[in-house]
Design a protein. Structure first.
Lengths: 348, 291, 259
């Protein structure tokens, strides 16, 4: 029986060979994080434009980059974070699309229309952006509040010791410690690195776990009382457990943003442009935000946002917090090496 | 067709496949490990260096001197210990289970093979999340322990190496049970019966009949658990809380955030050499015993 | 069944194994019927996650891809492994150790190294990335999973039987089919099962060697981590469990009715 099955399988294999893609068919190959664009929105895009979307997903910028660098992609649109995009532009992995010349290109809100990683938005369009701060449950403080400092999580009070979690992301942890100590987020100085390591080593016994997944559940269920957290995750956690608070630490907050970009050699350039244009429409951008819990960078989308999103200062950032933002930059090789060494030593 | 040719023909598909789609790619990777790293990950195909291998044991201090760095050795040591522990645990649970399975009526045995493997049709991520729910303080096991009065202490093994071990034991259990089971299943019952008839104790029957028959299965199972266990990264991150790094995460990190492909490749070859050494030592001992 | 067969501890151990294996699965299945978008809390019964699976075209496509890949990888991998086990089970010959080590090599290579190197290789020799490229890579990685149980089955088997089969002047194929295959069948079944679940669960290699539209379910699920994994994954897992049980019961009944 087995032999027969195997023979059958051998005969069927050629049927699985991919059909050669017809160039410029009404199709779009999207490479994105999963659950980052609402399926309903994608379906509406298909209905309105007649372009069929095929979505594939990745879990880190580096994973996406590795695949593109190895030459094995063939996607139309990728969604890199700022500094990753900068490198991709430099290495010629993405192509120029002059986003501002698209019909909805004028909708990009300042300062997102002129980021340092893609001046003038020649190559990309902004999608969601967010901040990395501290989320906490004020219950143990009996009506009190924490100060707006990284100190609260890096040198925690006894109420939170052992009940807090850090993101398992070497960049984010490094930024938090560097900002708190007053260093540049891209520092490459050995003595500053040593201080960062000392701080994190001292903090480690108080850390319950390092994890970037399941953050929402952990805060909503009370498994942790404090979390180094992305603001959109915080937003979704506080919907489940009202009363949770979000801190924009005064020493500096990492501001990150994801961008649509068109891969070099994309088989469906026109479809890709149509998609980017579609996502820059205020109503569509708001729908995307309502789905993800993160803010977008499109003018006029505010009026379509859910109330809970619009009224959450963690998502709809108060103007006086702008000065605390530190947009993610592309750090030097030396700085990345130092960061890696510290992260490895912290967990050795 | 001579025996040699027949043997070659039988081996050709598997070895050919592995040679074409793994050995050749690995040669490419071995080449990568001798290259300089690219500015954004990837590699610089034009510059050769032994940096990646030097980095495993040494680092540059502030004065730019090479000093010994034990970080990576510690991570390797921990991974070997954890994979070893997992192998022992799966063996302790899996061996008696396999014996029990092998002595079930034949009509039931296939069903049992199915029952042992069916949980692994589920996604590994949600399987680990289910363990988090079971193990965490205030989770199901904690609640049960306290309700039954067995313990008043909060049950807190989640985010410890023990939790990682439980997760790995869970994931690898079928890979231990099934090889042992199939090597025992062929047992000639008359052999055991005869042993008992001759007045052998259960222990003697176990030692003389069961154990020798099971040995190929135990060896096979141990390889299937220990070797992949070295590279495991999901359970250590989710159940261990990513507090102590394993080889799997370390190598993953080199191709990810650290963007150091040559070092990632070099780590893989160091691991490869160590495993080869371990297997080689085993082979030698095996041969000496056979003599 | 004589009581003589009962070795002490084996029954409790088997019961422990079953409980150990199934408690998390029960938790996982129960949560798939939860109303909340949390895989950590329970608040009422709902089928919303099943509806979501049904509505999610990408997810359905990845499930189909995963099953296709696993079936083909299992068939080819097990066939190759069976042949290898037959070749290596008897006698000693030059290169035997090397052959055995080569068969174990896929286990030693860390997934990410395998994934990237195979991807680099495919790109270099111009193999199109798609479902087929995943199958090609998976076959490599399931070979040891299939090989070791079959080899364990053959080892220590009464050599007379195998010799007899080999020496029969009946067509070799018939001898294999009538004598050897039934003898090693349990090993093949176990090996094929391990190969199947190995392929079905693979994330890293699949991620790298897949092409547009060809990613598998675990890859999709892993990329959900950033935005939060919802019980939709529990629902998919439960559906796969149900499907596997249905297929098994069906084949069981069919084989029974044939006698």
């Amino acid at each position: 029986m087995f032999v027969r099955l195997a023979a059958l399988a051998a005969l069927a294999l050629p049927l699985l060979m991919p059909q050669p893609a017809r160039a410029q068919a009404k199709e779009l190959l999207l490479f994105n994080w999963s659950n980052y664009t609402s399926p309903a929105l994608l379906k509406r895009f298909e209905a309105e434009t007649g372009i069929k979307v095929t979505l594939d997903t990745y879990d880190t910028n580096e994973g996406m980059l590795a695949k593109l660098q190895a030459g094995g992609a063939g996607y139309d649109i990728v969604v890199p974070t700022g500094p990753t995009l900068k490198g991709m532009i430099r290495d010629g992995l993405v192509q120029k699309i002059d986003t501002t010349s698209l019909p909805n290109g004028k909708n990009i809100r300042a300062p997102f229309d002129n980021p340092d990683f893609d001046p003038g938005r020649a190559y990309s369009a902004p999608y969601m952006w967010g901040t990395t701060g501290i989320a906490y449950d004020p219950a143990p403080l009996n009506g009190g509040k924490l100060t707006d400092s990284w100190k609260e999580i890096l040198e925690p009070r006894p109420e939170y010791a052992g009940k807090l979690a850090m993101l398992a992301d070497m960049g984010e942890v490094y930024y938090a410690a560097a900002f708190y100590l007053g260093f540049d987020g891209c520092t490459d100085k050995a003595e500053e690195g040593q201080k960062i390591l000392d701080l994190l080593t001292k903090q480690k016994p108080q850390v319950k776990l390092y994890s970037a997944s399941g953050t929402i559940d952990r805060m909503a269920s009370g498994e942790t009382l404090m979390h180094h957290m992305w603001n959109g995750s915080y937003h979704r956690a506080q919907v489940k457990k009202p009363g949770l608070l979000y801190i924009y630490p005064r020493e500096g907050v990492n501001l990150w943003g994801d961008n649509f970009a068109v891969a070099k050699g994309a088989p469906h350039l026109e479809s890709a442009k149509a998609f980017i244009n579609f996502m820059l429409d205020p109503k569509n951008a708001a729908e995307a935000s309502n789905y993800t819990g993160y803010n977008n960078a499109v003018t006029g989308s505010d009026q379509y946002l859910n109330d809970s999103l619009r009224n959450d200062p963690a998502v709809n950032m108060p103007a006086d917090m702008v000065s605390r933002l530190r947009p993610t930059r592309e750090c030097s090789r030396a700085s990345l090496d130092l960061r890696e060494k510290i992260w490895t030593r912290l967990q050795r | 067709m001579t025996a040699v040719w027949r043997r070659a023909a039988l081996l050709a598909p598997s070895l050919g496949w592995i040679a074409a789609f793994l050995v050749l790619p690995l040669c490419l990777m071995a080449y990568v490990s001798t290259l300089a790293r690219g500015p954004m990950g990837g590699v610089d195909w034009n510059h050769h260096t032994a940096d990646a291998y030097v980095q495993f044991l040494f680092e540059r201090d502030l004065m730019d001197r090479l000093v010994v760095n034990t970080d990576y050795l510690r991570i390797f040591g921990r991974s070997f210990a954890l994979a070893g522990g997992t192998t022992v645990l799966t063996l302790l649970i899996g061996f008696p289970t396999a014996i029990w399975m092998a002595f079930q009526p034949p009509s039931r045995r296939l069903l049992l093979v199915f029952i042992i493997t069916v949980p692994f049709w589920t996604n590994i991520l949600v399987r680990n999340y289910a363990w988090i729910l079971l193990l965490r303080t205030g989770g199901l096991i904690d609640t049960l322990l306290r309700a039954s009065g067995l313990s008043n202490e909060p049950f807190s093994i989640l985010y410890t190496p023990l939790a990682t071990g439980i997760g790995l034991t869970y994931s690898f259990l079928p890979y231990m049970v099934l090889p042992i089971y199939v090597s025992l299943e062929k047992i000639d019952r008359r052999l055991v019966e005869a042993a008992f008839d001759l007045g052998a104790s259960r222990w003697a029957a176990f030692r003389r009949v069961i154990l020798p028959l099971a040995m190929p299965g135990v060896m096979g199972g141990a390889i299937l658990v220990f070797v992949p266990g070295l590279g495991a990264f999901i359970s250590p991150e989710l159940l261990g809380g990513a507090k102590s790094m394993m080889i799997g995460s370390l190598i993953q990190q080199q191709f990810g955030q650290s963007r150091n492909w040559p070092f990632g490749a070099a780590l893989a070859f160091v691991l490869f050499a160590l495993v080869l050494l371990a297997l080689g030592a085993h082979q030698l001992r095996y041969r000496r015993e056979a003599r | 069944m004589k009581s003589l067969w009962r070795f002490p501890f084996t029954r409790p151990a088997a019961i422990f194994t079953l409980v150990f294996l199934y408690v998390p699965i029960i938790v996982l299945v129960v949560l798939s019927f939860g109303a909340e978008d949390s895989i950590a809390r329970w608040s009422g019964f709902s089928l919303r996650w099943y509806a979501e699976v049904w509505d999610n075209d990408t997810m359905l496509r990845t499930i189909r891809n995963s099953l296709t890949v696993a079936v083909f990888a299992m068939l080819f991998g097990t066939a190759a492994a069976t042949m290898a086990a037959l070749a290596l089970a008897r006698g000693t010959f030059r290169g035997k150790t090397i052959a055995a080590l080569l068969l174990g090599l896929p286990l030693v290579v860390p997934e990410i190294v395998a994934g990237i190197s195979v991807l680099l290789f495919f790109v270099l020799v111009g193999i199109r990335l798609g479902i087929t490229s995943i199958i090609l890579a998976h076959i490599v990685f399931v070979i040891p999973y299939a090989y070791l149980p079959i080899r364990a089955r053959l080892d220590g088997m009464d050599p007379a039987l195998v010799e007899a089969a080999a020496d029969l002047y009946a067509p070799r194929w018939t001898a294999f089919y009538r004598i050897i295959l039934p003898l090693i069948w349990p090993g093949i079944a176990a090996g094929a099962t391990l190969a199947f679940i190995g392929s079905l669960g693979d994330v890293v290699v699949s991620y790298f060697v897949s092409g547009p539209g060809a990613t598998t379910l675990p890859v999709y699920v892993f990329s959900m981590v950033r935005m939060g994994v919802t019980p939709v994954v529990n629902a998919v897992s439960t559906l796969l469990l149900a499907a596997s049980i249905a297929v098994f019961s069906l084949s069981y009944l069919v084989s029974r009715s044939k006698g």
